[in-house]
Design a binder for this molecule. Structure first.
Ligand code: NAD
Length: 487
């Protein structure tokens, strides 16, 4: 399978598409490693994960470069946020591996039928072989959020990165080995959409964690049901950001930019529907346009770039850019939307020269529309590119109702200096994540996941432990068996 760099269109690697035999071998290797890995103490497992975090930081420059070449994300993001975010995640779960939340609880049970001193305790036990299937938009983080908690809990793992971005998962596998992870505990299989189902259907895989589109998620849930696998679904979104009249407008502009231009708009939780109060809309739009015009769109490897390249699938090099431009063109033709900035593809000159090979990157300008109808295609559907819709509101209750009028429920944001309003609105949002006076920050401590068609289960924080453990209850009788009901 060919792997292209979104920044240049150049072929950067050719990777194997795993066959059923490869998948079986990876699962068998994970299964063979499970008894010894799960028998280690949490502290011993944690030590290896913490060492991996140190190594990921040491390899940050190399990893960031790889991630930027492979995914088209500006190196300023991969180097300062995304790879370090992966390191933070391994460090967090390394520290948590021996914590009580990964072990269990003890409860007194002074009830009829048993002695008053009887009690029960729970053991959180690993599931066995877990699998992860990832999306391409921020590959190191998507993978770390699955692998680190799973290994901390004593599971072994088989991970399939997206066919668009196979490289950094392979590098993490090398780093984990260098950190002392025993062979077989973590396995990477590369492949495309024919490979994922082999993991979904595999009877020896006990848990599947998926990040990707809602459409694929639904297919996976149906297939995973055949083997009664536990599944976690991190799916798409169309999130709202509400800017109230009492907000700091400069901060609100900053939050709207962070929730639309970051990773060239290819972020599941992005707030692509920005609802702005009528009284501050003119100022908000003016400042937003002024700042957005200053963004540098271009080569992901240039440290000054703010907006990188659209992902390049192996079988259709301009596929995702074409999809995003399709949304833009249809929105331009729809009188319910007014284009106020951007709206075009963008070409750059890179090594190889204009017209030569290696300058066929996929770039889309940061694009802003003012929209008058919440039901237009642009406002309803996930575009997954740098395209923001601005909508106007006057009344808080109406804004919340409109914000919640979506099949998705991944993120939501509110910009206000009114404390009571902030919490009142946060409570009413129908989404798994709410940001007050900021947007898109995802530290490892914070649970992340969706409501509705954005999926279920939570990654990160102590909540992710539920994904990778099963609970065994042990009742302990402290007296005689009371069988007096029988002769
Ligand atoms: P996708 O659904 O096309 O593919 C995701 C992964 O699933 C890839 O590895 C692919 O090979 C695999 N796959 C495809 N068909 C499969 C099948 N039938 N069975 C098993 N595996 C299969 O998604 P994408 O285009 O890679 O990613 C973009 C989507 O991911 C967007 O909708 C975005 O919102 C979502 N996403 C969600 C989160 C989150 O945390 N909620 C994070 C990142 C991305």
């Amino acid at each position: 399978m060919s792997n292209f760099s979104p920044g240049t269109g150049a072929l950067i690697s050719t990777v194997e598409v795993a066959t059923q035999a490869t998948i079986d071998a990876a699962v068998a290797s994970a299964q063979a490693a499970f008894p010894a890995w799960s028998a280690l103490s949490g502290a011993e497992r944690g030590r290896i994960l913490t060492r991996a975090a140190v190594l990921i930081r040491e390899y940050n420059s190399e990893m960031s470069l790889l991630e930027s070449v492979d995914a088209g994300i500006p190196v300023s993001e991969t180097e300062f946020v995304q790879v370090l975010g992966g390191a933070d995640c391994f460090e967090y779960y390394g520290g948590l591996a021996s914590n009580a939340c990964v072990t269990g609880q003890m409860m007194d049970t002074p009830h009829a039928g048993g002695h008053k001193d009887s009690f029960c305790y729970t053991r959180r036990e690993p599931l066995g072989v877990c699998a992860g299937i990832g999306a391409w938009n921020y590959p190191v983080l998507v993978m770390s959020w699955k692998v680190a908690p799973a290994l901390a809990c004593g599971n072994t793992f088989v991970y399939k990165p997206s066919e668009c971005t196979p490289l950094t998962a392979l590098k993490i596998a090398e780093i984990l080995k260098e950190a002392g992870l025993p062979d077989g505990v973590f396995n990477v299989v590369v492949g495309d959409r024919t490979t994922g189902p082999m993991l979904t259907r595999h009877s020896d895989v006990k848990k599947l964690s998926f990040t990707g589109s809602t459409e694929t998620g639904i297919r996976i849930v149906k297939e995973a049901a055949e083997t009664l696998k536990k599944v976690t679904m991190e799916l798409g979104g169309k999130s709202p950001l509400l800017v109230f009249e009492d907000a700091d407008v400069d901060n609100a502009v900053g939050a709207a930019m962070m929730s639309n231009w970051y990773t060239q708009g290819e972020i599941c939780s992005n707030a692509t529907r920005v609802f702005v109060h009528k009284s501050v809309k003119e100022e908000f739009v003016r400042k937003l346009v002024e700042r957005t015009k200053q963004l540098k769109v271009g080569d992901p490897l240039d440290p000054l770039t703010h907006v990188g390249a659209m992902i390049m699938p192996p079988d259709n090099k301009t596929g995702h850019m074409d999809r995003v431009i399709g949304y833009i063109e249809r929105a331009k033709a729809d009188p319910r939307n007014k284009l106020i900035l951007g709206g075009n593809t963008h070409t750059i000159e890179v090594a190889g020269g204009k017209g030569g090979s290696g300058n066929e990157g996929c770039y889309v300008e940061p694009t802003i529309f003012e929209c008058t109808d919440d039901n237009s295609e642009l406002v309803k559907e996930e575009v997954f590119g740098p395209v923001m819709s601005i909508l106007e509101f006057e009344d808080e209750a109406d804004a919340v109702e409109r914000a919640n009028d979506t099949i998705y429920g991944l993120g939501a944001g509110i910009m206000t200096n009114n404390l009571a309003r902030a919490h009142r609105v946060a409570k009413q949002f129908q989404s798994g994540n709410v940001w007050i006076n900021n947007y898109n920050l995802t530290p490892s401590e914070m649970p992340f996941g969706g409501y509705g068609m954005s999926g279920y289960g939570r990654e990160c924080g102590t909540y992710a432990i539920d994904n990778y453990t099963q609970i065994k209850n042990v009742y302990v009788e402290m007296g005689d068996v009371d069988s007096s009901c029988y002769p």
